[in-house]
Design a protein around this ligand. Structure first.
Ligand SMILES: [Zn+2]
Ligand SMILES: [Zn+2]
Length: 375
């Protein structure tokens, strides 16, 4: 049921409101049960207000993520090819598409698989620069022919630059469903039927994609509602075990709401921790899934090599360079999600300001698996 688009937000809202109403009823009951014990009335009122406040915060964060778009790639601009530039700063991508020797991407076949060519093999309208040609190691004659073809092409309406190609074809990444070129790390969501910048995953529980513009909000909701659940659980326990003095068998049923809140809170905080680990590694959920599936495939084919094994074979200099590359990737991912570093860290989770535009910007350093997912 939760996978059904509009049902999920209704069910989650009912759970939040249901827990708040149950607690409200219980504390009103306690106030009427002990009207002459001043401290019990006062504590019950305070807890009642706090529980309602926590529920309001959880609902606010929940609806904020539901109604904030992830950043959809505008189709008009991206129908035209962007300009391709290989990364030259810092470390190159771990799996440079131009260095692959798989079929269809050999040097002698580069012309037909030029990153500037369109899907039907015609030249695109982003003229390759001299530097790019040198980087790609093209033959001079081929480069001249390409430039001549490109000169005849109409001007592109796409002003953006991409740094990654489709690793299978060596051409610019394209979405076959939307029929557009894809910015770096954008992926198609089959639930929304649109391409999303820095796509992380489509969350059925919020009936929305999680991408560049709302990833921060998603984490704020997961962490915020998890904390609200744990605090609510603690407050409810005070009511059941400190204020209520009826025989235990008569109040045992009221233990259910704090127990549910504890389980929900623990699950949400664990989920948030998992996302923090991913961000620390510079990966999205999709990258993690593709990485796991690639590793499983390698293992099946007998070519699996454990990272530790490889790590032990590397030189000190290689290890240092890899460590620096990992740190850069992690920093870039953090800034992509939370914006520029600010202190204290709690500011990273403020639900304002939130990016709402759909323009492409220079993207983060990409993990090697990003290109593998095609619609
Ligand atoms: Zn698409
Ligand atoms: Zn989606």
């Amino acid at each position: 049921m939760l996978a059904c688009g509009y049902c999920s937000p209704v069910v989650v809202s009912i759970i939040i409101v249901g827990l708040a109403v149950t607690n409200t009823v219980y504390y009103i009951l306690l106030i009427t049960r002990y009207p002459k014990v001043a401290w019990k009335v006062a504590v019950s009122v305070i807890i009642l207000v706090l529980v309602l406040l926590l529920a309001a915060i959880a609902l606010f964060l929940y609806y904020k993520i539901i109604f904030t778009g992830p950043g959809y790639v505008p189709q008009e601009e991206w129908r035209d090819p962007p300009r391709y530039e290989a990364l030259t700063d810092g470390e190159p991508p771990e799996e440079n598409p131009l260095s692959q020797t798989r079929e269809g991407n050999r040097p002698e076949e580069r012309r037909s698989h030029s990153p500037y060519s369109t899907a039907d093999g015609k030249a695109g309208n982003a003229p390759p620069t001299t530097e790019n040609q040198a980087a790609e190691g093209r033959e001079t004659k081929e480069a001249t022919a390409d430039t001549a073809e490109v000169a005849d092409a109409p001007a592109s309406r796409n002003p953006y630059v991409v740094h990654t190609l489709d690793h299978r074809t060596g051409q610019l990444r394209r979405c076959r469903v939307c029929n557009i070129y894809k910015p770096d790390n954008a992926h198609h969501c089959s639930a929304c039927m649109k391409c999303v910048y820095n796509f992380d995953h489509h969350c059925a529980y919020v009936n929305n994609c999680v991408g560049r513009n709302n990833y921060k909000l998603f984490l704020t909701f997961v962490l915020g509602s998890g904390i609200c659940c744990i605090i609510g659980c603690g407050l409810s326990i005070i009511g059941v075990f400190a204020i209520d003095t009826k025989p235990i068998d008569e109040r045992a049923g009221w233990i259910a709401p704090p127990a549910i809140m504890f389980v929900l809170g623990a699950v949400l905080i664990l989920f948030w921790s998992q996302h923090c680990c991913q961000i620390q590694k510079g990966n999205t959920t999709l990258d993690q899934i593709i990485k796991s599936s690639n590793n499983a495939e390698k293992y099946k084919n007998g070519g699996y090599c454990d990272d530790r094994c490889c790590w032990s074979k590397k030189t000190k200099e290689d290890k240092k360079l890899e460590k620096e590359a990992r740190e850069r990737k992690s920093r870039a991912m953090r800034e992509e999600v939370f914006g520029p570093p600010t202190k204290p860290c709690i500011k990273w989770y403020y639900p304002y300001p939130i990016r709402t535009d759909d323009t492409a910007t220079p993207t983060m350093e990409l993990p090697q698996y990003s290109n593998a997912a095609q619609p």
